[in-house]
Write a protein that binds this ligand. Structure first.
Ligand code: NAD
Ligand code: WQD
Length: 338
């Protein structure tokens, strides 16, 4: 029995593949290589010391996916495949609705046709929108999202909930990630943003390595202790381990399960800059600029439900997140090899 990992060569997917295989699970990966390099596959194999099946295929390709289900003994799916840039989604909403929503619909249809009804979905804290107050809990109303990317996550959550209501054989786990950063301890796997990073940590590491001159801090007039935005950063390896627990859950029970995966602690932009400087010994020059459209002041989780029901909690602190992000950037100044 194997777990199909869609988007398994990407940032979170690759780290999850390592944790799954280290835990003795068999995996099959499907990725269209849109936002990753094939060398990520080699790096996963090298770390684990074991091979696995990789299919280069788009999840919108129903025939291609069906063949994978026919060739492999797939029992459950972890669904990472998707586009994730907020600013790009504002410019190109149809691309996001097609890839993320249509892609998920095709995947679910092929799964159902092959009797596979267990799925873990990569959702996001973004579904809590701008109207909820942190700490965010799973029972809060979702949907007040501010951009097309976030709307795809919210809509896919709705689709999966309706599917569970329609057929009690489905088992669905929605994992709402907070802000994943960090990298594998080995320094061989990490996040490789396309172009100029939109997210804080890859921007900081590129300033540290000299690719970018300084960090633009998006506003210092928020209602937070130092005026900069507060977020719940979580180490990507902790996040990956959360997926192992989620798969155990859906293997044991049918129904719909929703969990926040965060640390429950909020750090400001300047806290992260300070922690990074301490971990790396590199000074990060920054300039305070205007707020970024759609940003909330504070966003952090209450992740106690995942602890109670899955026995999962984040173990790695902000220092380790910074050290590991820096090691990855230093060892791979140009990301994964072509
Ligand atoms: P990523 O871009 O590194 O990984 C996604 C992978 O999916 C890539 O390897 C890409 O090539 C692949 N992919 C995209 N569309 C595909 C398609 N149509 N068919 C096949 N493969 C496809 O992103 P990530 O940071 O690893 O995120 C993984 C998932 O987690 C995404 O769904 C993302 O929206 C979600 N998420 C990410 C964050 C974050 O901050 N990184 C936060 C919350 C949720
Ligand atoms: C963190 C903080 C910025 C860059 C995004 C998505 C969310 C989820 C995770 C997928 C904020 C500030 C950033 C910079 C800065 N992704 N910042 N200068 O916005 O919390 O969440 O990624 O689901 O949906 O919206 O993360 O890393 O972009 O920003 O000052 O150059 O850093 O304003 O306060 P965010 P982020």
């Amino acid at each position: 029995m194997a777990i199909l990992v869609t988007g398994g060569l990407g940032y979170i997917g690759s780290h999850t593949c390592v944790e799954l295989m280290n835990a003795g699970r068999d995996i099959v990966v499907v990725d269209n290589l849109y936002n990753c390099k094939k060398s990520s596959y080699d790096r996963i194999k090298a770390l684990v010391g074991r091979d696995f099946k990789f299919y280069e295929c788009d999840i919108r390709d129903a025939k291609g996916l069906a063949k994978i289900f026919e060739n492999e003994d797939i029992d459950s799916v972890i669904h990472f495949a998707g586009l994730k840039s907020v600013p790009e989604s504002v410019r190109e909403p149809l691309k996001y609705f097609d890839n993320n929503i249509n892609g998920t619909l095709v995947l679910l249809d092929v799964m159902r046709n092959h009797g596979c009804k267990k799925i873990v979905f990569s959702s996001s804290a973004t579904v809590y929108g701008i109207n909820n107050v942190s700490p965010l809990t799973e029972d809060m109303e979702v949907g007040g999202v501010t951009n097309p990317y976030g709307r795809t996550k919210y809509m896919i959550e709705c689709i999966l909930k309706d599917l569970c209501t329609s057929d009690e054989e489905w088992s669905v786990c929605l994992l709402r990630y907070f802000n994943p950063i960090g990298a594998h301890k080995s320094g061989t796997m990490g996040e490789e943003p396309n172009g100029i990073p939109a997210n804080l940590m890859p921007y900081i590491t590129q300033v540290a390595i000299g690719k970018l001159e300084y960090l633009n801090v998006n506003g210092s007039d928020f209602d937070t202790p130092d005026g900069t935005g507060v977020r719940d950063y979580i180490h990507v390896v902790d996040l990956s381990i959360g997926h192992l627990k989620a798969v155990d859950k859906i293997e044991g029970e049918n129904g719909l399960f929703i969990y926040n995966l965060g640390t429950g602690v909020g750090y400001s932009v300047l806290d992260v800059v300070n922690a990074f400087e301490k971990a790396s010994g590199v000074k990060i020059p920054y300039k305070i600029g205007p707020r970024r459209a759609g940003d909330v002041a504070t966003c952090y989780s209450n992740s106690s439900k995942a602890f109670k029901e899955l026995g999962w909690k984040a173990e790695r602190g902000i220092e380790e997140m910074c050290e590991d992000s820096w090691r990855w950037q230093k060892q791979n100044p140009n990301g994964y090899p072509d």
